[in-house]
Every structure is written in structure tokens, then in C-alpha cells.
Design a protein around this ligand. Structure first.
Ligand SMILES: *Cc1c(COP(=O)(O)O)cnc(C)c1O
Length: 377
């Protein structure tokens, strides 16, 4: 029985374990100094804007859309080549989701496709830095500005990356991160919202804290006592714990190393597959420094399923990212038709995510290369 190589996994050091156990021995398990320190470190990494930590990347998207005031009557333009949460967190607030197709080579939202679907009801243009490669924000932002919308970067894949010299977190009006174990750094479950506008950051913060207002200057009820706090808008409890934040802080120390290793693995795969007929390697624009989260190789000639099954049979735990979001029955049953975004559908029909994580060894990478090359030739 061969051991299955996963497509992604966390890298946990002794230092990470010590950081978490130190919290267990301390006074705070949640919403203590580790949360503040982690949020400050995330802010520093992502352009110095307000960062609010939370329980997942999905929670971060919900908070970001709520912070931007998304509601019924609004339209949110997004890419179908993403995890469903990018769209569902706006839909759950009552917005209409409008899908814009992706570029054929990068699988990133195509600014020309966005241009074609924006209206005066567009509230947010939500891009995804698919695989860790930042989308084209200098093209998207002017479209948003013209129609009075905001930009959102779902950076679940790309924290640590750069676009035209600017860090992820500084590219869109609002950015969301995920710290799920397969992502670029982990807190177990976890996420964060980064907001350029402090008012949006504050709204996201209150939304993740049950909507509680604690600033006496804003109280509508006066004359209570020092215990008083009050709710102006409904919220949820999406607070990250000190335990998770301590893990995140410790992981951040190795983020640069993680990125370096992910870049090496990408280069190794690219070199090996460049000359293999039947495979297409991921595109990279000149003005970006990606934080590669996935290695999405494309299998040509209608052979994706066969190659996927054979890789799994060989003990290589590949994945497919992603089924076009509007194929999910929740969208399809609401009338979204197949064929809406042909580039995304073509990409989906060819894509396989190969093993990609910092602790992957060169011999693991070589085994993936040899196995896949043999399967397609
Ligand atoms: C992982 C992911 C999310 C959701 O993050 P969770 O932490 O798993 O809730 C959202 N968007 C994208 C693109 C993701 O990859």
C-alpha cells in the first residue's frame, strides 16, 4: 500500500506547538493579547490597513460584504473560478451574484468581462487571486470607481504575494484571508479582513462581535453604567481565539520561507512540464510576485478525468479547483445556465491541482513529475 501524498498540508514546527501551549498556560484563551498581536502583524504584512481576525475565510467574506453594506438590490460581480464562499457570502446577504468570465491563461477574473456586466447596482467587484497569483487590480479599480462600487480581493490563496510592488492586502478596497490548514499559513480554522477604509474595518469588526457597540460617544441609550454596550446592527460571533492567533503569529515567522519553497516547487514543475505535449503549465504575468498556493496544471485532449484517476491510483493526492461556482445546484436551480463563462468551464475541464506545500521534498516533486509525464505520453 503506497502512502497517499496530499495536494496540500500544513507545516507545524516545535515553535508553533510551544506558542500554542504557552497560551493554554496563560490567562486568556480568547480575545486577548495574542489576537491583537496577530491582527497587528497581519496589518503590517498587508499594507498597514486595519486587520480584523476571524474564524475562517468564509467568515471573513461574510464580514467584508457586511462591512461594505451589501444587501438586497445590490449586485456583486465575481469570478466563477473560486471556492463557492466568494459568491455565497454575498448571496446570503441578499445580493444578486453576477459572474464575469476569467482570462483563458491565468483563470483570473477578466477586467473586460467585468466591464461588460457592471451596472449602477454593482456594489462590489470581487476578484480572487486564484492559485496565489494576484488579479489585475489596476484594471479593476477604475471600473469599480466609475460605477461607484468597491473592490474586494479574496486573497485566500495569495497572502504574501505582490502586484506591481504592492503587497496583497493593499490591492483592493477590502481583502479577505483564510488560514485553513492547506493555505499559505494556518491557524487551524481562521481568517481575516483587511480594509483600507477604517469605517469598513470597524463595521466588519462589529459584525464579527455580535454587533456590539462599546464606544460611549455612539450610544443611543444613555444613563446606564460602565457595563453598558448596545447593538445597532445584527452581527455574529466570528471571533478568533488567542490559541489560534498564537499559532498564526508563530506561522507568520515562516511565511517567507513557505513562499520561497512554494516558488521553488512551482519552478520545478514548470521546467519539467514545459516541453510535455498534452500539459499546459500555469501562466504568470511579469508584474506580479505570486505566493503560489496551488499548482494548477492543465491536461489537454479531454484526458483530465483519466489522468486524475491514475494519479490518485499512484498515491498522488491530486485535487480539482474549482467547479464553476454557478454549476452548484444552489445557483443552477436559480436559473444560472451552463455556458455562461466558457473560459472558466474550459479551465475546469482541464485542471488538476498537483501536490504543493512547503514540506514537499524534491523527491516527492520528482515522483509527481515522473508519474504525470508517463501518464500523458
Ligand atoms: C479557502 C477559501 C475560502 C474559504 O476559506 P475557509 O477558511 O475555508 O472558510 C474562500 N475563498 C477561497 C478562494 C478559498 O480558497
Amino acid at each position: 500500500m503506497i502512502q497517499m501524498l496530499p495536494y496540500g498540508r500544513q507545516s507545524i514546527s516545535e515553535e508553533d506547538i510551544e506558542a500554542v501551549t504557552a497560551i493554554l498556560r496563560g490567562d486568556w484563551l480568547t480575545t486577548g493579547p495574542a489576537v491583537t498581536a496577530f491582527e497587528n502583524a497581519i496589518s503590517e504584512l498587508t499594507g498597514g490597513h486595519r486587520a480584523v481576525s476571524c474564524t475562517s475565510g468564509t467568515a471573513a467574506l461574510h464580514m467584508a460584504y457586511a462591512g461594505l453594506g451589501v444587501g438586497p438590490g445590490d449586485e456583486v460581480v465575481t469570478t466563477p473560478m473560486t471556492f463557492v464562499a466568494t459568491a455565497s457570502c454575498a448571496a446570503i446577504l441578499g445580493a444578486k451574484i453576477v459572474f464575469a468570465d476569467v482570462e483563458d491563461d491565468t483563470a483570473l477574473i477578466d477586467p473586460a468581462a467585468v466591464e461588460a456586466v457592471v451596472t449602477d447596482r454593482t456594489k462590489v467587484i470581487a476578484a480572487v487571486d486564484y492559485a496565489g497569483h494576484p488579479a489585475d487590480y489596476d484594471a479593476l479599480q477604475p471600473i469599480a470607481d466609475r460605477v461607484g462600487a468597491k473592490t474586494l480581493d479574496d486573497a485566500a490563496h495569495s497572502v504574501g504575494g505582490f502586484y506591481r510592488g504592492r503587497p496583497v492586502g493593499d490591492l483592493a478596497d477590502v481583502t479577505t484571508l483564510s488560514f485553513f490548514p492547506t493555505k499559505n499559513l494556518t491557524t487551524g480554522e481562521g481568517g481575516a479582513v483587511v480594509a483600507k477604509d477604517p469605517a469598513v474595518g470597524q463595521k466588519a469588526h462589529e459584525f464579527h462581535f455580535i454587533g456590539l457597540v462599546r464606544d460611549p460617544d455612539r450610544f443611543e441609550i444613555t444613563g446606564e453604567g460602565p457595563w453598558h454596550q448596545e447593538v445597532h446592527e445584527h452581527g455574529l460571533n466570528y471571533r478568533l481565539t488567542d490559541l489560534a492567533s498564537a499559532l498564526g503569529l508563530s506561522q507568520l515567522k515562516r511565511l517567507a520561507d513557505f513562499k520561497k519553497r512554494r516558488t521553488e516547487i512551482t519552478a520545478r514543475y514548470n521546467e519539467a512540464f514545459a516541453s510535455v505535449d498534452g500539459l499546459r503549465t500555469p501562466a504568470q504575468r511579469d508584474d506580479v510576485d505570486p505566493a503560489w498556493h496551488l499548482y494548477p496544471v492543465r491536461v489537454l485532449g479531454g484526458r483530465r478525468r483519466e489522468v486524475f484517476d491514475n494519479l490518485r491510483a499512484a498515491g498522488i493526492g491530486v485535487q480539482v479547483n474549482y467547479i464553476p461556482v454557478y454549476w452548484h445546484p444552489v445557483f443552477a436551480n436559480a436559473g444560472y445556465q451552463r455556458g455562461l463563462c466558457p473560459n472558466a468551464e474550459q479551465f475546469y475541464s482541464e485542471e488538476i491541482s498537483l501536490p504543493m506545500f512547503p514540506d514537499l521534498t524534491d523527491s516527492d516533486v520528482d515522483r509527481v513529475i515522473e508519474t504525470l509525464t508517463k501518464l500523458v505520453s
